[in-house]
Design a protein around this ligand. Structure first.
Ligand SMILES: [Zn+2]
Length: 359
């Protein structure tokens, strides 16, 4: 750890070491060289300096530092810059959080990956072609995606107590919304909190991500698994599809985020209870293409499938069918590739395996 980040962390370390005494003023929140006083909001940029092979960028963050003490909640949108529903819900949330009545602190990463957003690039960084969501924790002197990751790891995740990562179907992905709390042997101590946070979104499909091995946490580490690695209760929320600005999904996500703040007792008001018809999944499987060509899905909506059911076909560029992809399991298809391009080895659907009992 570098000296400057130790210095920047000092107020938080002191805060954690010494619980606030009644009557003592609540300390300001320090982040990225900025200081935010209690009861106020600050819209700021985390600086990402230029690297050896690509330029400088920034991560726009809003800090709502509540007037009252409470947890630090990190909400991150736009790691994939073409997933517009989370980015637009984050914009809407700006007007819905009042730091004067907030208990705790919200770190809202409004657009984690500005360069991908502005250049309308799905999946990857436009300069290094790396998937930002596979390079955490990142590195201070790496390529641009790695430097962005490093800024978010050090300035946001490691300064927070709780994390919700917001994604959706990317440019060529259809999706039925789901919430994914992290648990399993390596995150079980955090699971009760993660589970409560996931259910606050009022999304019917809930999949428990079981972290059973360190390799699952480490290999191609995503932002949410960075939070798991740092011991935070963590939830992945996926909503919206095909790079669309779908109003119903934006409204669902925004109200889910507001209900999350009430559930965590960070915002005043009675939270809506978890929905009674939650569909629990305990694991997931994929069906993948083994050929490259033009993929035509049977359907682009969430649905139950049986093992052997046709998922879609691949034709070559001469119009000849070269593959019929079938489901490897019984389950419920939650999202998939809309196509038309598909490459050999790519997953074309992700299938939730229903859990026998609520998790
Ligand atoms: Zn994504």
């Amino acid at each position: 750890m570098r000296l400057w980040s130790l210095v920047a962390l000092l107020p938080l370390l002191l805060l954690l070491a010494a619980p606030p005494v009644a009557g003592q003023p609540r300390p300001p929140f320090a982040i990225g060289g900025h200081t935010v006083v209690p009861g106020t909001r600050a819209d700021l940029d985390l600086a990402v300096p230029a690297g050896r092979s690509d330029g400088a960028t920034r991560v726009p963050v809003t800090v709502f530092h509540g007037a009252r003490p409470g947890p630090v909640l990190a909400l991150t949108a736009g790691v994939h810059g073409f997933e517009f529903v989370p980015i637009l819900a984050a914009q809407r949330l700006l007007a819905r959080i009042d730091p004067a009545t907030l208990s705790g602190t919200v770190l809202l990463v409004r657009i984690a990956h500005v360069e991908a957003f502005e250049q309308r690039v799905p999946y990857v960084n436009p300069f290094d072609r790396k998937n930002l969501n596979r390079v955490f924790p990142g590195q201070a002197d790496g390529t641009q995606a790695e430097r962005i990751a490093w800024a978010i790891t050090t300035e946001v995740i490691r300064r927070s107590d709780l994390h919700v990562e917001l994604h959706g179907g990317d440019g060529a992905e259809w999706m039925e919304a789901f919430a994914g709390p992290y648990g399993g042997p390596l995150a079980e101590a955090q699971y009760a909190q993660s589970r409560a946070m996931a259910l606050a979104f009022g999304i019917r499909n809930v999949i428990k991500y079981e972290m059973k091995t360190q390799a699952q946490v480490d290999n191609g580490r995503s932002l949410n698994r960075q939070a798991v690695a740092d011991g935070k209760p963590t939830v992945l929320v996926e909503i919206g599809q095909n790079g669309q600005r779908d109003e119903a999904s934006i409204a669902t996500l925004t109200s889910g985020l507001e209900n999350l703040l009430k559930t965590l007792k960070m915002a005043p008001g009675t939270p809506a209870p978890p929905r009674a018809d939650t569909r629990w999944f305990g694991d997931s499987a994929e069906a993948s293409a083994t050929t490259t060509g033009i993929f035509t899905p049977v359907a682009t909506t969430g649905r139950a499938v049986k093992k052997g059911d046709l998922i879609g076909t691949v034709t070559n560029y001469a119009g000849k069918e070269i593959e019929r992809i079938v489901s490897p399991v019984d389950g419920y298809i939650m999202y998939g590739l809309a196509g038309p391009p598909v490459r050999a080895g790519e997953a074309v659907v992700t299938i939730g395996i229903p859990a026998a009992t609520p998790r």
